[in-house]
Write a protein that binds this ligand. Structure first.
Ligand SMILES: [Zn+2]
Length: 257
């Protein structure tokens, strides 16, 4: 009778497609477990709710299935105890580390193997004020829809990109900067990992045109405070199973001086 050796199969590496990867270089995502069902903490102000709803809609627009779902607006709990409780939650934090005051938001994702298990979004309401969906852009305010779309991208498993047009570009300026899920790389990346869920190109194009109007309108009057120019980008260390993704306040290429 032949001896049977004990073999351990090492998972095959995958190309990143702009996703966070585990130690075996496999993309980390929710796989078939979409939608990500977010609860929104009760401290999130009522006037911010529509912005969060719109951010979820943007992700749902590019897919034939539900990508992000908001399941409640009265979640309890505290951010620091919410790691890995497997309940994705959006928090409105009025306290923030003093040495990280330039972070607009933070998303903490937790995975095992190559599958995401939790994603919490913290919005920095201590150091920033926000303009909400439907508002005129506000000088010194951060566009909340753009910010939450980006953080939801992290919650889906996306890492940062270097394309300024991408929703996953790590910088969002105050005052006029708007982002939406309409960049080809975002769509390709989503499709790469979540497969056949990408919508028909005609639907996608309609969505892109709609967003383009928003961007043009937002560029009419551009002024950004000079202090924005001096905020360096910072990278948070990442570790297996837990990554903190950081969004920094800083200038964009459209700054008028
Ligand atoms: Zn980010």
């Amino acid at each position: 009778m032949p001896l049977v050796g004990c073999t351990q199969k090492v998972p095959e590496p995958q190309k990143s497609c702009y996703f966070v990867q585990n130690k075996h270089e496999q993309r980390v995502s929710w796989k078939s477990n979409l939608p990500v069902k977010f609860r929104v903490h009760k401290d999130v102000p009522k006037e911010a709710r529509e912005s969060i709803t719109q951010a979820a809609k943007e992700w749902n627009l590019i897919s034939t299935k539900n990508v992000i779902q908001i399941v409640s607006w009265d979640a309890e709990g505290t951010p620091s105890k919410s790691y890995a409780d497997r309940v994705p939650t959006i928090f409105w934090k009025k306290d923030w580390e003093v040495n990280k005051a330039s972070e607009q938001a933070r998303t903490i994702v937790v995975w095992s193997g190559n599958t995401l298990r939790d994603a919490d979004i913290w919005i920095n309401a201590k150091n920033f004020t926000f303009s909400y969906y439907g508002d005129e852009f506000g000088y010194m305010k951060v566009d909340l829809v753009s910010l939450v779309v980006h953080e939801m991208g992290h919650a889906l498993g996306f890492a940062h990109t270097t394309s300024r047009e991408s929703i996953m570009y790590p910088r969002l300026a105050r005052g006029f900067d708007r982002r939406s899920v309409d960049h080809l790389k975002d769509l390709e990346a989503f499709s790469c990992e979540y497969g056949d869920s990408i919508v028909e190109p005609s639907v996608m194009l309609a969505a892109i045109e709609e967003h383009a109007e928003t961007v043009v309108a937002a560029e009419v009057s551009v002024e950004t405070p000079n202090e924005e120019l001096n905020n360096p980008s910072s990278e948070e260390p990442t570790q297996e199973g837990l990554v903190e993704s950081v969004n920094n306040a800083s200038q964009s290429s459209q700054v008028v001086q």
